[in-house]
Design a protein around this ligand. Structure first.
Ligand code: HEM
Ligand code: HEM
Length: 238
């Protein structure tokens, strides 16, 4: 898979969208929703950790991990370490964010796992955990044979991209669900907060699109200059 553009400029667009989405999330959580807490009588403060950790921790760091191979002018083994560690942090923060959602639901006596958003959410985090674990064994330690690694790398990339896109779609579902709850409780459909949440979802989707485009674009590899142009699109499995 490859489109005829260089990846590096697209990664700058991705970083900018990530920053905008993170700022919008902080403004929403703190200025409109009262901030964060793990223990509180106001259970909304516990819930607020969920969208924040899922967007900034899971989706943004996960997306940055995916594009790290093309956004960083470093040697391949260093980029692999950064890819691996960023994904580990994204996974840990994603699990914490889901724990915050469960904690809020339980302390409010709401039922768990009643929505499509929550079902897809469990699927996404499980697939992400699976992807991280087998990739660690296959590509890092102890590492598979070179045949096995190069055979499985395209599968790794396609499954990884699928899980990431699913996470972005599920975040959009989460924004919609949350905004619908708030509007049912009287929030103005055309008020500032409703616009902020909807535009945040759109920026999140655009960030997802820029990550997909980066993966499909040509890398300007610094570590392994390619003999022909097509090899820019293929994986080297180191
Ligand atoms: C990829 C990112 C996300 C994942 C994997 C995810 C996953 C989950 C899971 C597993 C639950 C179920 C908790 C329970 O049943 O006790 C949940 C609940 C919830 N999430 Fe998310 N979430 C994500 C992003 C978001 C975002 C960005 C929002 C926006 C506000 C959001 C809003 C909600 C709401 C309102 C609930 C409670 C209602 C329900 O169970 O559906 N989520 N989420
Ligand atoms: C221990 C964890 C991981 C290791 C060791 C690892 C290793 C690798 C390697 C060696 C590549 C090839 C890079 C290249 O040749 O250009 C790669 C690419 C990729 N990985 Fe991972 N990975 C890990 C976790 C993950 C996770 C959790 C995801 C997503 C959920 C993911 C998604 C991707 C994607 C989408 C690509 C393609 C990037 C591109 O073509 O620009 N990886 N990974």
């Amino acid at each position: 898979m490859g489109v005829g553009i260089n990846a590096m400029p697209v990664t700058f667009v991705a970083h900018a969208l990530a920053l905008i989405a993170a700022i919008m999330m902080l403004v929403w959580s703190i200025s409109f929703r009262g901030g964060f807490a793990w223990e509180a009588t106001n259970k909304n403060l516990i819930f607020n950790l969920h969208p924040f950790l899922m967007l900034v921790g899971f989706i943004i760091l996960g997306g940055e991990a995916i594009i790290s191979y093309k956004s960083l002018p470093l040697e391949k083994p260093v980029k692999k370490l950064i890819h691996l560690v960023l994904h580990a942090i994204a996974l840990a923060l994603g699990i914490l964010g889901i724990c915050a959602a469960f904690k809020n639901q339980n302390e409010c006596n709401f039922s768990n796992l009643s929505s499509l958003h929550s079902w897809i959410g469990i699927g996404v985090i499980s697939l992400y955990g699976f992807q991280w674990l087998y990739s660690f064994g296959l590509f890092f330690y102890p590492g598979g044979s070179s045949n096995l690694r190069s055979g499985l790398l395209p599968w790794h990339a396609i499954l990884g991209l699928f899980v990431f896109v699913l996470a972005v779609g599920n975040a959009a579902l989460g924004f919609l669900e949350n905004l619908t709850f708030m509007e049912n409780e009287g929030l103005d459909e055309f008020g500032n907060e409703a616009y902020l949440v909807n535009f945040m979802a759109i920026v999140t989707i655009l960030f997802g699109a820029s990550v997909v485009l980066t993966v499909s674009a040509k890398s300007e590899s610094t570590s392994s200059p390619s003999v022909d142009d097509d090899s820019n699109y293929s994986y080297s499995a180191i």
